[in-house]
Design a protein around this ligand. Sequence first.
Ligand code: GAF
Length: 400
Amino acid sequence: SSDELDAVSETLAQLVTRVRHTHEEIYGQPPEFVVAAPGRVNLIGEHIDYNDGFVLPMAIERYVVMAGSRAGSGHAQSRFHSISMDSDALLASDGSPVDHLDTPGWACYVQGVLAGFAGVGLDVPPLDVSFDSTVPLGGGLSSSAALEVATATLLEAVTGTTLDMREKALICQKAEHDFAGVPCGIMDQFSSVFGRAGELMLLDCRSQEITAVPFTDDGVTLLITNSNVKHELNGGEYAERRSQCDSALKIIGKPSWRDVTRDDIQMCRDQLSGSEYQRASHVVGEIQRTTRAAEALSASRLTEVGELMYASHDSLSRDFEVSCRELDLLVDLARGVGEAGGVIGSRMTGGGFGGCTVTLVKTESAPALIDRLMKEYEAETGVKPSCFTSCPALGAHIVS
Ligand code: GAF
């Protein structure tokens, strides 16, 4: 039933209205610009964007909305105000904080994007900014990429620039590397920039080319279930996975994971550590599963898509070791319902160690599945999950 759906299911239009009003209350005048940038969910292709692989994400109908105006004369720095956290960051135009001690954690994403704009020679004037978000924080749905991409979109609007979309996404990725210390791949920022309604995107992370994979609500729905747990501390596990992949590839001796076969891994088995062997097996398998899933989805072979999703989850859990008992439980509950109950496939999505699962389910079966996940997950873990569905959404854009 709808009251079991996630409480923060505000529409984009409602969020825009609220941010606009709050902005006016805080700064005494309406914003000149309002922009939106979505979070994302990844259907398949996990932990392979930084391994030259393919990913199959879509932008979701959850957004960071940011409102901004040029600050009045007499202001030398920009003020960014987070509505939900009720906190401010005072930043110079190159992103450096005015007061290091008093700068909230979320500011690093904004700082990184300001620094990126300064880096390509774009002069950002002092701004009055406020923002809020319906992307669950830390839920593996790219809340940070949405904040970066919203910032970049606002800075484009204010400076009257339209960056090349790839360059924009890469400035945001660099912000995450240099200012948040997470050596992420390109999936999240590309999803938030390039999202299109009605389409998933098959992103080749080596060439950065995108192939649209139409996904309309043709009797099936993507259900996102937030485990509402987070086990990862400061992103260290992510960086560790990344370096294990790099060292495994070095031992295998191929220039790119795209050139590696299962036989290559077997041939090097003795030189690879146990975990390098497991990581390598995941990467090579997941690259194959992702291109297969894109083909199967395009041909409406949904059972096959579902099998690939379960296989992806199992590989992430056993070989890549980025799942956790709560995510495994959510996937097992969905798997238990099975195709007879309208569930096509399910897996963890995003970086892992908590966060969300994505489940492909027949639309008519979604309410019963949500009911079951809510009851059984809470009974087993003591934590209330949250569920919501999303169609593929439009990427970052200027609202007004
Ligand atoms: C995080 C990263 F930011 C992405 O680049 C990607 O590696 C993902 O984890 C795992 O697929 O969201």
